[in-house]
Structure formats: structure tokens, C-alpha cells
Design a protein around this ligand. Sequence first.
Ligand code: PNS
Length: 158
Amino acid sequence: MKTAVCPGSFDPVTNGHLDIIKRTSKMMDKVIVAVLYNPSKNPLFSVEERITLLREVTKDIPNIEIDCFSGLLVDYVKEKRINAIVKGLRAVSDFEYEFQMALMNKKLNPEVETIFMMTSSEFSYLSSSIIKETFKFKGCIDGLVPDKVKKALEKKYE
Ligand code: PNS
């Protein structure tokens, strides 16, 4: 049984994240989407809200589990007996940071593998931050996030 983790902040989940999660679920027996609990960041959505949104927008994927973690990702990977970390790569700008993290994770635990998946081109410019900023100033985000996420953003900025 091969299990992958898609870790991230997911503040909030975008169609770019969903693209990577769905494609990973087709390659692996099980995919765990793990939300980082990081109190030092100042997120728009609480971890509980992010988990609820993720559960709603992935409910049609049978082999998925939504969870959260704190501390080091490699410790979570070991605890859950995960075979691979799957990260989406959008552009060259992502590469440097992702490469650094993958190597550090490998140093911390040589058994941990990181797999990079190229994002689909239509989502290559997308991030949770760009969605929040665009929405805050009343820009159109249709097609970039699931409807449930758009509704949750509307509620936040009511
Ligand atoms: O969606 P994000 O914010 O780009 O996700 C980053 C995340 C959560 C994957 C990364 O920050 C992470 O793995 N954090 C946990 C702490 C850790 O293990 N850091 C790596 C050591 S270099």
C-alpha cells in the first residue's frame, strides 16, 4: 500500500492544489492532505476551517484523508508510514525553495522521498495569497477556487 502526503498551508485550498491532489490520488493507493498547524503565521482561515473546506471539496476522491500536523514534516511522515511527499511545482521561482526543503527533509530522514509534480498550465500562476488579495479587492476568482471556497471567502470579508 503506497501512501503519499500533500502537505501545505491551504489558506485556502485552490484549484491548483486540487489539481495536484487529484492527480496524486490516481497514482497512489492513498493520499493524505496534511494542513500545517503553524500559530506563528497569521492565517485567514483557522486549521479547522481549512480542514472542513478540504473535506468538502475532496469528498468525491475515495482514497483521501484530510489531517493536520505541527512540527517537522519528516516526523509526521514517519509516524504515518508515508512513502512519499508530493509537492506541486508552478514555476522556476518555486524550485529553489522546494529543492532546499526536499534536501533538508532528506538530510533529516534519508528514507523520505519527495516527488515534484508540474502544475497544470492553467493554474501555474495561482497561489492562496493571490486569491485572497484578488478577492479582498473585489477581483474575479471564478474558476480558480471551488465554489465552497469562494463562499467561505465571501463570509470572511462580509
Ligand atoms: O503551502 P506551503 O505554506 O507552501 O507549505 C509549506 C509546508 C507546510 C509544506 C512546509 O512549510 C513544511 O513542511 N513545514 C513543516 C516544517 C518542516 O518540516 N520544515 C522543513 C524543514 S526544512
